[in-house]
Design a binder for this molecule. Structure first.
Ligand SMILES: [Zn+2]
Ligand SMILES: [Zn+2]
Length: 160
């Protein structure tokens, strides 16, 4: 993981509620986020985090994505968009000692809260392993490789 990129998204503890916007550019996404290149973005992707201070050293975080994320259709390899309409929640608690974390409760022991790892956790969960360009995608011909959403081929005609 690129250190410079990581540090950009460490934020100081807010005094009350504060909104943070993590912005990822397409080249960064390709280089540092999904290195397997199974997903991609064409325009900047935003991860918007609202940190609410409940008391000293204790914060609630609520986050959502803004932008578009794409994968490749599992049947025809065309562009397939990913549903990003979710809200993600976790809490951050200050602790001098290392404690066992859960997905919902993260411990930190500096004045900085690492929002980038929050983003990384959630982005890896929203990327589906199976995704279609449309529900009725016809896929490609197994014989000649023709994309059957766009064209038919001699093999697909024979099949019908
Ligand atoms: Zn498809
Ligand atoms: Zn064919």
């Amino acid at each position: 993981m690129n250190n410079k990129l990581t540090r950009r998204f460490q934020v100081a503890e807010p005094k009350e509620t504060q909104e943070y916007k993590i912005q990822i550019y397409p080249d960064e996404y390709e280089k540092y986020i999904d290195t397997s290149k199974e997903s991609y973005i064409e325009e900047p992707l935003f991860f918007i985090v609202n940190l609410t201070r409940l008391k000293k050293g204790y914060f609630n975080a609520e986050a959502s994505f803004e932008g578009k994320l794409f994968t490749y259709c599992s049947r025809c390899r065309d562009k397939a968009s990913v549903d990003l309409n979710q809200v993600f929640k976790r809490a951050y608690k200050y602790s001098e000692y290392e404690q066992e974390e859960t997905e919902d409760l993260i411990f930190y022991n500096t004045v900085y809260i690492d929002l980038f790892s929050f983003f990384l956790d959630e982005i890896s969960l929203v990327i589906p392993s199976y995704n279609l360009c449309k529900v009725d995608c016809k896929g490609v011909c197994v014989t000649c490789g023709e994309n059957l959403n766009k064209n038919s081929c001699i093999h697909s005609k024979n099949r019908v």
